[in-house]
Design a binder for this molecule. Structure first.
Ligand code: AHR
Length: 497
């Protein structure tokens, strides 16, 4: 097949925030997964386990959402600051587990600093108050001479963290308070007025948006917000995929269904983008974020701590989803895959002192060079669709390609072959060349393949040799993700030539 990339027509910027993450107090995501405590025998930095920390640092994650999820609307931030021995023990209502409060504001924001990512804090609307929310913002961001700033100082942090991203509740149509959109909009105005004032001019506020079963939520909310839409920066929607299917023993038809669900997710985002554009003005453009997404298989229930295995299928799902997100770059401002460690479509799995990177981890790693690049037009000959026998899962092309041009002149082309059986030989036609391959990496294998603690490298990217990275005859093996980074000799710094 022939793939053409027009490198002279860079389009929208692919925000790094499309590659965000979400970590909630749920199952073993925070406790065990990220946090083991200073006294643990597991090597740690201020209680944060080093193996996971180092794995995540390598991904240069742009943003991390916390503390929930459903947990957020039960969380009272003051219980998670101050001496750990004095923090009250609670019961985590939605996820049915003890909550020690050992991991709180300081621990989360320290984690973000170590990861070099921006924090995104979700405030408690469901069982909290505007005052509690405003106080949390002041505690994090203020440098005024106030009691809360003195408390932060006493708790070991003099400098404000200047948290920019604030969510006003989570799923307020469900676990966040079972509200009607009109009622939530009124609460939103009340909370956001104080949060915006306290957080400073750079702050960005996220309103709870819809999920696919309640699409009318968005319009009813936005209508009720008329006159105060300046308080909303983003509408945050949630879409999970893979319901009812098993994580590892899935059939081919289930695999095709999952790949088709990428369309449903993208359609939901698109429809939200269309809607918010109707409520935007020249001086205030509303954006959309997808702050929970990913696979959610049948094994992931409260009793299992929402744990599920992660196979090459998950990596393919993530890769094609990112390709589609790139195309929405004009209005889709952030996505946060759920959830970073041990929960749902995790990047890392842990068991006691062991940690293993999942196939999804490797997609985040492979696609790093796409971030902040400008999207390029790509065209290719028609490719066959995945060979599903069911009408409702038909129409998924076997190959997906995305290309970006970085500010440094580096061209990135990622190619995903979703076919579990067929390989494709691809000839790449790149305009304004000649282009030279600087790096070529490929993640490939059997759809069900996954990494275990015994065999942690079963699914891991391989460097392609210069012969294999032949732009005229690039082999896309079945179920594979290929990432090429290219430069023009003329753009290379002298040392690289
Ligand atoms: O990610 C798990 C849960 O899914 C979150 O807590 C909630 O927001 C969503 O329903």
């Amino acid at each position: 097949m022939q793939v053409r990339v027009e490198t002279r027509a860079p389009g929208a910027r692919v925000s790094k925030h499309l590659y965000g993450q979400f970590a909630e107090h749920i199952g073993r995501c925070i406790y065990d997964g990220l946090w083991v405590g200073e006294d643990s025998t597991i090597p740690n930095e201020a209680g944060l386990r080093l193996d996971v920390l180092e794995a995540l640092q390598a991904l240069e994650l742009p943003v991390l959402r916390w503390p929930g999820g459903c947990f957020a609307d039960t969380y009272h931030w003051r219980e998670g600051v101050g001496p750990k021995s004095e923090r009250p023990k609670r019961h985590n209502l939605w996820w049915q587990q003890p909550e020690s409060n050992a991991f709180g504001t300081h621990e989360f924001l320290h984690l973000c600093e170590l990861l070099g990512c921006e924090p995104y804090i979700c405030l408690n609307v469901g069982s909290g108050s505007p005052r509690e929310a405003r106080d949390w913002v002041e505690y994090c961001n203020s440098s005024a001479d106030t009691e809360l700033v003195a408390l932060r100082n006493a708790n070991g942090r003099a400098e404000p963290w200047n948290v920019k991203f604030w969510g006003i509740g989570n799923e307020t149509w469900g676990c966040g308070g079972r509200m009607r959109p009109e009622y939530y909009a009124d609460l939103y105005r009340n909370f956001a007025a104080y949060v915006k004032a306290a957080a400073g001019p750079d702050a960005r506020l996220f309103a709870v948006g819809s999920f696919p079963d309640f699409p009318e939520w968005d319009e009813r909310f936005l209508l009720q917000m008329k006159g105060a839409l300046d308080l909303v920066d983003f509408l945050a929607v949630h879409v999970y995929s893979g319901a009812g299917m098993p994580a590892t023993d899935f059939t081919l038809e289930e695999y095709y269904r999952l790949m088709k669900q990428v369309d449903s997710m993208v359609n939901h985002v698109r429809r939200t983008l269309d809607l918010v554009s109707a409520f935007s003005t020249p001086s205030h453009k509303l954006g959309v974020v997808l702050d929970e997404w990913g696979t959610w298989y049948r094994e992931a229930v409260v009793e299992t701590g929402m744990f599920q295995q992660n196979t090459l299928q998950d990596a393919l799902f993530a890769a094609v989803s990112f390709h589609r997100f790139h195309e929405l770059s004009d209005g889709l401002c952030m996505t946060n895959m759920a959830q970073t460690v041990n929960v749902l479509q995790a990047l890392v799995l842990t068991s006691g002192p062991q940690a293993v990177k999942t196939p999804t981890y490797h997609v985040f790693d492979l696609f790093k060079p796409h971030r902040e690049g400008r999207l390029l037009p790509v065209s290719f000959d028609s490719v066959p669709d995945l060979p599903t026998e069911k009408a409702e899962t038909a129409g998924v092309p076997a190959v997906s390609v995305s290309a970006t041009l970085g500010a440094n002149g580096r061209l990135c082309v990622s190619l995903v072959n979703l076919s579990p059986e067929r390989s494709f030989e691809c000839a790449l036609e790149l305009s304004a060349g000649p282009w030279q391959v600087q790096q070529a990496r490929q993640l490939a294998g059997e759809l069900h393949a996954h990494n275990t603690f015994e065999a942690p490298e079963t699914v891991t990217p391989a460097d392609l040799s210069p012969q294999s990275a032949d732009l005229e005859h690039l082999d896309l093996p079945p179920a594979s993700i290929t990432m090429l980074e290219l430069t023009r000799p003329a753009d290379q710094p002298t040392a690289e030539r």
